[in-house]
Ligand binder design. Structure first.
Ligand code: CP3
Length: 343
């Protein structure tokens, strides 16, 4: 399934370089807003496989990307580990009772039991796979243990990360215990996504840049690597994409058993290629705000195509698409990527 995309993830030659867009479903699409209104709110939409399938397929039909990323959110995992979650308009996600002590940590549901509560995600994947054209790949995903643990401890987005970093420096055993617990759930979660039809899985480490180098490798990358090794051992035919956002200075130390490295927009692609291009396929990395201008989009796509002309590349944005981007410009980006890479 989705052969071109999957082959590209493994660095095999493909007729053109495939393209998808991070957060490709969402508020920039009027069709998404209609379905979200029908669902009532964002979490209801995640819990409803029929509607989640519908919004997953919208960008395939409307903007013509080569892969579908299942519609869900990284925060459904802590939610099903027992944490009450709300998405508040204008403020983003909020956990009412953040994890601040051992007692709260021990009360979290762990392992397969937590993963089994995410049936709506697996049902969504099954519906998508049944409806998705054979030549399109289906991407499953998870947040990294570190990014999820940040939300679980802070309770919401943060600029300073002071609450979670206090644990890193003053109580590292507590932090490792939480990260290990989340890691176990994620291993089962990704396995079940693959069993339900995911052709590729991606690990989002959105808050990678919050940590200094030694702490990054100790508290985040080591757990991501552990998950990747676990999945590779069981499902060698499933490509794994790692996306740690904002750590260009640490690229020399990146290693592990995965296939694709997601390059964020602030890391020059030529630099990522020099550091990692021999070992991994690179994904990315147009600055999402370039989508405001077709001229700016064209300049970047041409430059990426030139830098990555030897292949081993997947076109993508270097982070999530913004809600006020025009659908016309999103379509333009996708079409242009497919055209330039056929030359
Ligand atoms: O199309 C897709 O890419 C698939 C769906 C997807 C969503 N979230 C839907 C969503 C994916 C892959 C995510 C991942 C996610 N969620 C990440 C990692 C990727 C990244 O961007 O770094 C993170 C950090 C989250 C947590 C999260 N979820 C935040 C911070 C927010 C609020 C953002 C905002 O702009 O309000 C969400 C909500 C969310 N997740 C929306 C969507 C479409 C917006 C909800 C809405 O109002 O409709």
């Amino acid at each position: 399934m989705g052969k071109i995309f999957v082959d590209a993830c493994f660095g095999k030659e493909t007729p053109y370089t495939p393209v998808w867009m991070m957060r490709q479903a969402g508020r920039y699409l009027p069709e998404y807003m209609e379905v979200r209104a029908e669902a009532g709110n964002f979490l209801n939409l995640c819990h409803n496989p029929k509607l989640a399938c519908e919004v997953t397929l919208q960008p395939i039909d409307i903007v013509g990307v080569d892969a579908a990323i299942m519609f869900s959110d990284i925060l459904v995992v802590p939610n099903e580990m027992g944490m009450e979650l709300d998405f508040i308009k204008g403020e983003g996600p909020i956990f009412a009772n953040p994890i601040r002590d051992e007692k709260a940590l021990d009360a979290l549901i762990g392992g397969e039991e937590a993963a089994n509560k995410l049936t709506y995600v697996y049902d969504t994947l099954k519906l998508i796979r049944a409806e998705l054209a054979d030549d399109k790949a289906l991407i499953g995903f998870t947040g990294s243990p570190w990014t999820l643990a940040t939300y679980m401890i802070e309770g919401q987005g943060t600029k300073t990360y002071n609450i979670v970093k206090k644990e890193i420096y003053s109580n590292p055993e507590f932090m490792h215990k939480l990260l290990a617990k989340v890691t176990e759930v994620i291993k089962f979660y990704l396995e079940k996504q693959i069993e339900a039809g995911a052709d590729v899985v991606q690990i989002f480490d959105s808050w990678a840049a919050a940590l200094e180098e030694s702490k990054y490798f100790e508290f985040s990358w080591s757990y991501m690597k552990e998950i990747a090794a676990h999945i590779k051992a069981k499902y060698p035919h499933i490509p794994i994409i790692m996306f740690p956002k904002g750590i260009p200075a640490y690229l020399d130390k990146i290693d592990g058993d995965f296939d694709v490295f997601g390059v964020d927009w602030a890391t020059p692609m030529a630099y990522a290629k020099e550091k990692l291009g021999d070992k991994y396929v690179l994904q990315g990395n147009m600055e999402p705000c370039r989508l405001y201008s077709q001229e700016a989009t064209k300049e970047c796509v041409e430059s990426l195509a030139e830098t990555m002309k030897d292949g081993r590349h997947i076109f993508n944005l270097g982070h999530g698409i913004l809600p006020d981007v025009s659908v016309e410009n999103a379509k333009y980006f996708v079409k242009l990527c497919q055209e330039v890479s056929k030359r």
